[in-house]
Design a protein around this ligand. Structure first.
Ligand SMILES: *Cc1c(COP(=O)(O)O)cnc(C)c1O
Length: 414
């Protein structure tokens, strides 16, 4: 492996020393691996194992059925929803933690089309972000068929121009999962509204990485997962935001007993509950739900503006290190350089990306590979440091230059 560039390594140490979020690292279980895959599965917050052990042994093991009431299990989806709401700029009562992102995309799209068609039945088109994460596209296709709409794929940056008098709903990713491109949420939302339609934002790659401002920008509906930058754990439940003004008309296509106004009335007819509860379906997954709740403690006292500032500093620094270390022409960033268009990851196009990432992981730098030719590096400001960032670029350069790695490098993954 090549010697660290003294200038960049020194600069990294200075940046780490000045980093006001640095202390947050202690809230996570980390090792000497450079973990840059928090945009796929966030690291484990240190408080989660003990909390989960208590939930299992005491709340389930001893209190059993009483815990639905006494341990606050029944109201957990709304309670934890409000905590997610604080991170994405939603006032209490509009976010519910429930189901998967895929399922919530379905609820938001069909529910959104129903709201629009109730006032204008001629609107029969759903716009979808052309380069969307696949599940959103599959669900949108089915939602369109079910609601008698046509589905029109549009590049996210052109959504504002494409929305028209027939559009019911536009489904857009806030940050593109492959390229890390940040889309214009305020501008697109305003344009969609001006055309008389509603917008559904998918926040999977922005929540916890940058300020979203759902209420401030007048977003109608939003969904997102909690296992990426929110560190909720593998398969932790997702969330659904329905803006307060739409809640009375939000007609969920999945009306389960958990969203009934009187769930224990066991009535044969469905009467929807008011508020965020309306987004629930069936019995929540309590173990994952409460692991998420404990994971969210790391956000106490953290501002998303500070997270964003550090995220941009990390990705800027990574690009500089890559530029300095990596042989010219071996990689090309597909992530926009402009801050206002960049999420919290850097995606590098690289001809042999699959083999390169496998070797990076063997040498203790964990990112991921997206076919056919993209290396993805996610930067989670709460636990990623500048020295980590410098090391990742240095190891990447060594791998791409074909320099041999040390056997049993730190953090080697079998
Ligand atoms: C991660 C991600 C998903 C994941 O959906 P699941 O239902 O949790 O599997 C959906 N959409 C986007 C944009 C994502 O990045």
């Amino acid at each position: 492996m090549s010697e660290p560039n003294v200038t960049l390594a020194e600069e990294a140490a200075k940046l780490d020393a000045a980093d006001e979020l640095r202390a947050k690292r202690a809230d996570f279980v980390l090792d000497d691996t450079v973990y840059l895959d928090g945009n796929s599965l966030g690291a484990l917050p240190a408080a989660v194992p003990a909390r989960l052990a208590d939930v299992v042994a005491r709340e389930w093991g001893q209190l059993r059925i009483r815990s639905w009431e006494e341990s606050g299990w029944w109201t957990a989806p709304e309670r934890i929803g409000d905590r997610v709401g604080r991170i994405v700029g939603a006032a209490p009562g509009q976010v519910v933690v429930t189901d998967s992102t895929s399922v919530n995309v379905f609820k938001a799209l069909v529910g959104g089309v129903r709201i629009v068609q109730a006032r204008d039945v001629s609107r029969d088109e759903i716009l979808v972000d052309e380069s969307t994460f696949p599940t959103d596209g599959y669900i949108a296709e089915s939602a369109a068929r079910l609601t008698g709409c046509t589905l029109r794929p549009v590049p996210a940056p052109e959504m504002a121009a494409a929305v028209g008098p027939r559009t019911a709903v536009a489904l857009v990713n806030h940050v593109d999962y492959r390229t890390g491109r940040l889309h214009d949420l305020p501008g697109t939302t305003t344009a969609v509204h001006a055309a008389g339609a509603l917008v559904v934002w998918d926040l999977c790659h922005s929540a916890g990485a940058l300020p979203v401002g759902l209420d401030a920008h007048g977003v109608d509906l939003a969904v997102g997962c909690t296992y990426k930058y929110l560190n909720g754990g593998p398969g932790s439940p997702a969330y659904l935001y329905v803006a307060r003004e739409h809640q009375p008309r939000f007609d969920s296509p999945l009306p389960g007993w958990n969203s009934h106004a009187d769930p224990f009335g066991m009535a044969p007819a469905y009467t929807p509950a008011d508020g965020a509860v309306r987004g629930r379906v069936g019995t929540p997954d309590i173990l994952s739900m409460l692991a998420l709740e404990a994971a969210l403690d790391v956000w106490d006292g953290v501002s998303t503006a500070a997270v964003r500032a550090k995220s941009l500093a990390l990705t800027d620094f990574f690009l500089r290190c890559v530029d300095t270390y990596v042989p010219a022409g071996r990689v090309e960033s597909v992530t926009p350089a402009a801050h206002e268009r960049r999420g919290s990851q850097i995606a590098l196009r690289c001809a042999d990306a699959g083999e390169a990432m496998a070797e990076l992981i063997r040498r203790g730098v964990v990112g991921d590979f997206r076919r056919p030719d993209v290396l993805r590096f996610g930067f989670t400001p709460l636990y990623t440091g500048f020295a980590d960032t410098e090391r990742a670029a240095r190891v990447l350069a060594a791998v791409l230059a074909g320099e041999p790695g040390e056997a049993g490098a730190p953090g080697e993954v079998a």
